[in-house]
Design a protein around this ligand. Structure first.
Ligand code: BTN
Length: 332
């Protein structure tokens, strides 16, 4: 059900003119007092609406991903100005039975989480969201969803922004070796049935993380321009949802490889227990990295931090275990 706020905004945007309270009330089938109240709510939410004796004129909208900005999925989007982590909220909602393709989005996070138990610095200006999926797939196939998500995002960034977005295994989005976005996937399952998969995505959009982490970048830094987070989220959700419907998950890894800058590179994989170095020769259909070791054997790596050896962004800053990457830092 499309809310009155969405409908008011749609009318004001489509006419780009002053619309009277009477016109809006007739069009939307609610009283003029109700229109006035909704306009007040929109103003409080940051919309620049000029009210006069003639009616209402929309002069500007904030770049905030309010649910009513996504009329087609309004019941499935939850927005917070600030939250500990969208992963925590999403997990709670998923456990309580929220529908497939529910989105939790926040302007900033106090305890944003990165992979391998690190923190993800989540200042205002970035886009931070978690998507809850309820796929009917075997548990072992769940990493295929993140492969599809990272590929969709790289594709979108290339088309929408015109940047050379590429994927570094497992699911980092890099531009010229600098980290632009990260992805964290969690899953809950019973026996071999997936209950839900949460895909958390953090994109540096109009924030500038490079002061905190020199190997990170943002769309603002790359283009010199501000990007609408609302548009980015809308387009990503539409694209990913469509690809989920159409994609053959059995072949997603081979498509993912065409966006990857990890394959055929010498890499160092750091896990909590080991460090492996070798040539990244392939990913298997479930997203595991196949590493050719010095002795010629092939090692299948399921998780870990991946560093491209000899890249400008691979300059160890002391111990590998205290090294930071992207805008993540070790949790203290
Ligand atoms: C990584 O590269 O380590 C993954 C970073 C994932 C960050 C996103 S931001 C939205 C969601 N909420 C979190 O706390 N983390 C993910």
């Amino acid at each position: 059900m499309v809310s009155i706020q969405s409908q008011i905004l749609e009318l004001l945007r489509s006419q780009q003119d002053i619309l009277s309270g009477e016109f809006l009330s007739l069009k939307l089938g609610v009283s003029r007092v109700s229109i006035w109240k909704h306009i007040q709510k929109l103003k409080t939410a940051g919309y620049d609406i000029e009210s006069s004796s003639k009616g209402y004129l929309l002069k500007g909208s904030p770049d905030i991903p309010y649910p009513w900005e996504f009329p087609e999925r309004q019941g499935h989007i939850v927005y917070y100005p600030v939250v500990d982590s969208t992963m925590i909220v999403a997990k709670d909602m998923a456990r309580k039975g929220c529908p497939n393709f529910t989105v939790v989005v926040a302007d900033s996070q106090k305890q944003g989480r990165g992979r391998l138990n690190r923190i993800w610095i989540s200042d205002p200006g970035g886009l931070y969201f978690t998507l809850v999926l309820r796929p009917k797939i075997p548990v072992a196939h769940s990493p295929r969803l993140s492969l599809l998500a990272s590929m969709s995002l790289a594709e979108l960034l290339r088309e929408m922004i015109g940047i050379e977005a590429a994927v570094k295994w497992p699911n980092d989005i890099l531009v010229n070796e600098y980290k632009l976005a990260g992805m964290l996937t969690e899953m809950e399952a019973e026996t071999d049935r997936v209950q839900f998969v949460s895909i958390g995505i953090g994109i540096n959009v109009n924030n500038d993380p490079s002061g905190i982490e020199p190997r990170a970048t943002s769309l603002k830094r790359l283009t010199g321009e501000t990007t609408s987070r609302k548009d980015l989220l809308r387009q990503f959700l539409n694209r990913f949802e469509q690809q989920l419907r159409q994609a053959d998950l059995d072949h997603v890894a081979s498509r993912w490889k065409s966006y990857s800058i990890t394959i055929n590179r010498k890499v160092r994989i750091v896990t909590s227990q080991n460090i492996f170095e070798g040539l990244a020769v392939d990913v298997d259909p479930d997203g595991a990295l196949l590493l050719k070791m010095a002795d010629g054997s092939i090692k299948r790596i399921l998780y870990g931090d991946c560093f491209h050896i000899n890249s400008s962004a691979d300059k160890p800053l002391g111990s590998l275990f205290t090294q930071t990457y992207g805008i993540e830092k070790e949790r203290s």
